[in-house]
Design a protein around this ligand. Structure first.
Ligand SMILES: Cc1cc2nc3c(=O)[nH]c(=O)nc-3n(C[C@H](O)[C@H](O)[C@H](O)COP(=O)(O)O)c2cc1C
Length: 360
């Protein structure tokens, strides 16, 4: 099946069920009954990839390559422009192979000429392909996606995984925009994050388990070639974040995605170390069900609730969430202990740590 049509099947399956929510239930804020600040001064600005962004939210990579995806990209770009959010396009390999599908990606830059837009391609791409993808949409950054689990179950899957890290480090040297490496829903562990940091990437998007599940999607497309049990493979988003943040130690930006849409989870992800939070399945679903105006309202509602959470934890700005006490219990705490990370470092930190203090 041509790559572009596969993309339409992904859309069709993704919107057939409401988006799933990542499991952050082991992560608790401590209510602060003396916030000592005014709601009007709560600030959602987020600093990452060398810029100040209006809020920590971004629209993650979804689609491109077909007539249907042109319409989706146009609508998502309009929402991103309206809300002032960065947006990533779907994999541009279709347009690298066949220039007739470039329009479905270029529409994003046409609709949002001054917005922050990220290009997207797989880790099989060489630097020349990446440069073409960036130029195609005058991108401000490039996402390189890692999706080994998906490829293994995909009917048309590419099962050659050798050489990814060398290609990524080559890409980092040859492009002049930040390189973001992202998983697509199976998460990332500390060891692989360390390799990617050494390769010079600017940011890692953990793309954890809990939201869109590409094993389940490909299993449906391929008529059930693996068990439902196998489709639960992956590292949950919250755990992935702790793993990657422990490797990053502030050297690179860390993004959280994979089932992120509840404001409380977004705040919890930031508290665990995320500088920004991406959503793919959620905006796609709401765009289809309710349209772009309703999606803009939802994004605003999420941002407003984030402000409520900030003030009730005693935070004034988004980055303060990483300096307030956070209680980590259950499976997540046990996982951290087994992996040599101390959950108590989050729970017992003083109200405001010095900037140089690290929790992990
Ligand atoms: C329909 C659909 C198509 C996607 N296509 C791409 C893609 O082309 N490239 C990519 O890096 N990620 C792609 N993703 C993955 C998302 O960017 C994201 O990593 C993943 O869906 C987990 O986030 P979510 O739970 O918010 O959906 C796609 C997601 C969806 C729902």
């Amino acid at each position: 099946m041509p790559r572009a049509h596969r993309k339409d099947e992904h859309i069709k399956i993704s919107i057939s069920n409401p988006p799933k929510r990542a499991d952050f239930s082991d992560i608790s804020f401590i209510h602060n009954c003396l916030p000592d600040k005014n709601f009007s001064n709560i600030n959602l600005k987020a600093e990452y990839l060398g810029r100040t962004h209006r809020s920590p939210l971004f629209i993650n990579s979804v689609t491109g390559g077909t007539k249907r995806s042109l319409k989706i990209n146009a609508a998502l770009a309009a929402v991103a422009r309206h809300c002032g959010l960065p947006m990533a396009v779907g994999s541009q390999m279709t347009a690298i192979e066949d220039s007739s599908s470039e329009a479905s990606f270029k529409v994003v830059r046409r609709i949002n000429p001054r917005g922050v837009i990220w290009a997207n391609i797989g880790s099989y791409a060489d630097p020349e392909m990446v440069i073409r993808a960036i130029k195609m949409i005058k991108a401000d950054g490039i996402q390189i996606h890692l999706n080994a689990a998906q490829e293994l179950v995909m009917r048309e899957g590419d099962l050659k995984f050798e050489g990814m890290v060398n290609r990524i480090s080559d890409i980092v040297k040859k492009v002049n925009v930040p390189v973001i490496v992202k998983e697509v829903g199976f998460g990332m562990a500390r060891e692989q994050a360390e390799i990617l940091i050494k390769a010079g990437v600017a940011a890692i998007d953990v793309g954890g388990k809990g939201g869109t599940n590409f094993l389940a999607i490909e299993n449906r497309r391929s008529g059930g070639q693996v068990s439902a049990d196998f489709c639960s493979w992956g590292i949950p988003t919250a755990i992935s974040l702790v793993e990657v943040a422990s490797a990053a130690q502030g050297k690179i930006d860390v993004f959280s995605s994979g089932g992120m849409h509840a404001p409380l989870d977004i705040a919890r992800a930031i508290a665990l170390g995320a500088g920004a939070v991406g959503m793919a399945g959620y905006p796609l679903y709401h765009l289809y069900r309710k349209g772009p105006i309703a999606l803009v309202k939802r994004m605003r509602k999420i941002e407003n609730e984030l402000r409520l959470i900030l003030i009730l934890t005693g935070a004034q700005k988004v980055a303060d969430l990483q300096k307030i006490p956070l209680v980590i219990t259950g499976y997540t705490a046990e996982w951290m202990q087994r992996r040599g990370l101390n959950p108590d470092n989050f729970a017992r930190c003083p109200a405001i740590l010095c900037d140089k203090d690290q929790r992990i």
